[in-house]
Design a protein around this ligand. Structure first.
Ligand SMILES: Nc1nc2c(c(=O)[nH]1)N[C@H]1C(S)=C(S)[C@@H](COP(=O)(O)OP(=O)(O)OC[C@H]3O[C@@H](n4cnc5c(=O)[nH]c(N)nc54)[C@H](O)[C@@H]3O)O[C@H]1N2
Ligand SMILES: Nc1nc2c(c(=O)[nH]1)N[C@H]1C(S)=C(S)[C@@H](COP(=O)(O)OP(=O)(O)OC[C@H]3O[C@@H](n4cnc5c(=O)[nH]c(N)nc54)[C@H](O)[C@@H]3O)O[C@H]1N2
Ligand SMILES: [Mo]
Length: 754
């Protein structure tokens, strides 16, 4: 018998999952198509999925998939395995973890997550907090989590740049190219433009949105903070800010006003390479077309020591212009009101302060780790769901900087990391400084490496246990995660329910199942009463009028909640006091008292990128080009899908964008293989010659490895041939607040491969 099940596509998980309909017959998937009626209706017309979505079945049955638990037999990286049962794997892993905990302390376990697939990222904390290790790392440190931390310090939560057709009059895309990275969001932005909204694009490359924009600021990578400070200065100087809002709701305006005087447009022009008239034009469009919104773009998070300043300055810009928490502006939703959220599931109260204090790097990077969480949560609790909201959702924060984990493995300082569980991440390809990641994961100091993934990645090749994960057709689609993230594309707070279409094939298991089974082996039964994800979601939906299962059965498998604006004005019925913002002063802190208390500059300031023609002129003689490492391209997701023929037809090879004049200078022709070299290493990609990049910059793709190549060391699926993270660095230019590193403003040289 055949049935149709509605769920959401998992290929761009969280970055705009289109609704899908899965036709199932006798437990087998027959067809996957776009769900035209979905709240996240497919980007392409008439329910047609993109090439990535259309490759679902190819992915589901791909030969690269991990289907059974594998235990390493040979050396790490020899691709020699023994097939074992899940119970053997989990018994052995838990025994080893107990032994290491006894010998080196619970902190000797670190867990690694990736971009945030499925629910593993917060459920691992549900395992890890009671286990007692404070060491977890994830991509949030260079991707969104850092915004959550900084913006929470400024106005008590993260502001969702949220274009709404018919409401938003100006959209600023900065470090963000949704035309490639989020098709759902791009659809909505286009609808806004059709309704007459203005578009400002800040991007060193002439992207499609830049072509469509009213103002395009071609910025020198890594200099956004100087630009925003210049814009703020201009806005204050010309009295273009929202005086009423600033006076009543902002803290530290006079100090800000003094600070931004250090950024006159002449100086900003020199730093950013943007003509000052252009900046003035952007200011005019931005202030004259309220409500305006600035959606999040990842390239502002990948600027190392400048990122916290960039994010803080951006937060200030939207605040003083009165765009925060207004209809059509930047939404300030806070944690979900009724659904049990991530912060409650993480069990952050179950780790002792003594263990928290051992968190790697927390004495140094104080905002990104527990000293920052404590202060931020304390302030947030005042306004958000106070009866339940005890802890900032840590999964949304930044965590331990990866390089500290590599160091703790390699040199055992300040203490050894002996075990790693890596789930839904491929750090050898996606983390900076790939060769060191590889050295660390191969090092015999590391006594246990567990990888749980869909496919045999280069990282999985090094595992002691490589474990098969269920894909998005074999599990539910996480309503909490999607409720937060997909709302971004939809423009409303919403919960969705994506039902599990089929049982997992072979021995594949979901992330939920993995953590629960591991936890049970540590006697954590009380924390894991739910036997499956559906039960967990029902628990999360407890305060709603419908269960998760009811929602999943509906023809329209989502529920929208009314959007409320200007919540800070709401009066407490007991005290008659207005609610304010979740910060220590209850105001928008233009001058951050949390940063001050933690010993950092309370106001944003610009610093030169650590590797640039200006900060390192000698290096620039040898490495004359600015490297942008990893702009998104449509139908690949980071290091994923390289094994799928249908997508490799579209992208057979990694591509590097080079300006025609630069190409001529370097004697490079279209389609030539090109060496890209930085002081860290060199790799090759194919030349794509285009006016879209500035002559002094090159734009290389990230995520490349070659499943068709030899699996064994030293080749390791070609993990170091075209992977741009061989060339990136996580040592220099780290942000003192967070410990993040620059990925998009480095120096390089290029030459044709001869
Ligand atoms: N140079 C450079 N490097 C970058 C970036 C850049 O712009 N430039 N971008 C960075 C950013 S923003 C991010 S977020 C990271 C991404 O870093 P990663 O998350 O490490 O990247 P992915 O390649 O998406 O790896 C995810 C892995 O999870 C597996 N997977 C998918 N779904 C599931 C699931 O449900 N369960 C399990 N167990 N496994 C699953 C996939 O098969 C894949 O191997 O890369 C970062 N790296
Ligand atoms: N197809 C596809 N979609 C994805 C992903 C994927 O791998 N593939 N990854 C997902 C993930 S995890 C993320 S984080 C998002 C990220 O998606 P986006 O936020 O769109 O990030 P990018 O495409 O890396 O970069 C966006 C733009 O920033 C520009 N840029 C580079 N340096 C600078 C700078 O210093 N300043 C400014 N203002 N702009 C700069 C680049 O030229 C680029 O056009 O995409 C998600 N969607
Ligand atoms: Mo990301």
């Amino acid at each position: 018998m055949s049935k149709t099940i509605k769920t959401f596509c998992g290929f761009c998980e969280w970055a705009g999952n289109c609704g899908i309909e899965v036709e199932v017959e006798d437990g087998e998937i027959k067809e996957v198509s776009g769900d035209e009626d979905s709240i996240f209706r497919p980007f392409k017309k008439e329910g047609v999925l993109c090439p990535k979505g259309n490759s679902t079945l190819e992915y589901h049955d791909s030969e690269q998939r991990l289907n059974y638990p594998l235990k390493r037999v040979g050396e790490r990286g020899e691709d020699d395995w023994e097939k074992i049962s899940w119970s053997q794997a989990l018994d052995e892993i838990s025994e080893k973890l107990k032994e290491l905990k006894e010998k080196y302390g619970a902190e000797s376990l670190a867990t690694l997550g990736g971009t945030g697939r499925s629910n593993g990222d917060y459920l691992r904390l549900r395992f890890q907090n009671p286990f007692g290790s404070p060491n977890w790392a994830q991509q949030g440190i260079i991707c969104w989590g850092i915004d959550f931390q900084i913006e929470s310090a400024v106005y008590g939560w993260y502001a969702r740049g949220n274009p709404v057709p018919g409401e938003t009059n100006c959209i600023v895309l900065t470090g963000y190219n949704p035309h490639q990275s989020s098709l759902q969001a791009w659809r909505i932005i286009q609808e806004c433009l059709e309704e007459g909204a203005k578009l400002i694009v800040i991007d060193p490359r002439k992207t499609k949105p830049a072509e469509k924009s009213d103002v395009w600021l071609q910025i020198r990578p890594g200099t956004d903070c100087a630009l925003y400070m210049g814009m703020i200065n201009e806005i204050i100087k010309e009295d273009l800010y929202d005086e009423k809002f600033v006076e009543k709701w902002c803290f530290g305006f006079e100090k800000l006003k003094e600070r931004v005087k250090e950024y006159p447009l002449e100086k900003v022009e020199k730093i950013t390479w943007i003509p000052k008239e252009k900046i003035k034009e952007a200011v005019k469009v931005y202030v004259e077309n309220k409500p305006a919104t600035i959606p999040w773009g990842v390239k502002n998070d990948m600027q190392g020591r400048n990122s916290p300043n960039i994010i803080q300055a951006k937060a200030i810009l939207r605040s003083i212009t009165g765009n925060l928490d207004i209809k059509g502006g930047d939404a300030l939703w806070g944690p979900s009101k009724k659904v049990v959220g991530i912060h409650e599931l993480e069990l952050n109260e179950e780790i002792s302060n003594e263990q928290l204090r051992k968190q790697l790097g927390s004495d140094q990077y104080r905002l990104g780790m527990w000293p920052g969480w404590e202060r931020v949560s304390k302030a947030q609790r005042k306004v958000w769901k106070p009866e339940k909201f005890q802890y900032v959702p840590r999964h949304d924060c930044t965590g331990v900087p990866h390089p500290l984990i590599w160091q703790a493995i390699l040199s055992e300082t300040p203490y050894p990391i002996k075990a790693i569980i890596c789930q839904a991440a491929n750090p050898i390809i996606t983390c900076a400084n790939s060769k060191r990641v590889h050295r660390a994961l191969k090092n015999p100091n590391l006594e246990l490496l567990v990888v749980h993934d869909h496919v045999k990645t280069p990282t999985a090749m090094l595992a002691d246990y490589a474990l098969p994960a269920a894909d998005h057709l074999e599990r539910t689609m996480d309503p909490i995660h999607l409720a937060v993230d997909l709302a971004y594309a939809a423009g409303e707070p919403v919960v969705v329910a994506g039902k599990k279409p089929v049982e997992p094939k072979y021995e594949r298991k979901s992330d939920f199942w993995f953590w629960r089974q591991l936890a049970l082996r540590f006697g954590h039964e009380e924390y894991w009463p739910w036997e499956n994800e559906e039960e967990l979601w029902n628990y999360c939906f407890d305060e709603l009028d419908f269960s998760y299962e009811e929602l999943a059965e509906r023809e329209k498998n989502w529920e929208e909640f009314p959007v409320k604006h200007e919540k800070y004005r709401k009066k407490d019925p007991n005290t008659e006091e207005q609610k304010g913002f979740g910060t220590p002063t209850g105001k928008v802190e233009l001058y951050s008292t949390i940063l001050q208390e933690l010993g950092y500059d309370p106001l944003p300031h610009y610093e030169e990128p650590p590797e640039s023609p200006i900060s390192s002129p000698e290096k620039a003689e040898e490495y004359p080009y600015i490297l942008i490492a990893g702009s998104r391209f449509r139908y690949m997701f980071h290091s994923e899908y390289r094994e799928l023929e249908s997508l490799r037809k579209i992208y057979p090879d990694p591509e590097v964008e080079i300006n025609p004049s630069t190409a001529a200078e370097e004697e490079i022709k279209e389609g030539d293989w090109v060496w890209i070299e930085t002081p860290r290493g060199k790799i090759k990609q194919k030349a794509k010659i285009t006016e879209k990049v500035h002559p002094s910059m090159i734009n290389a793709q990230h995520g490349w490895w070659f499943p068709e190549k030899d699996s064994e060391e030293p080749e390791l699926f070609g993990a170091f041939e075209s992977n741009i993270n061989v060339c990136t660095d996580d040592e220099k230019g780290r942000s003192p607040e967070i410990g993040s590193w620059p990925l998009s403003s480095l120096l390089c040289k290029i030459e044709p491969v001869r």
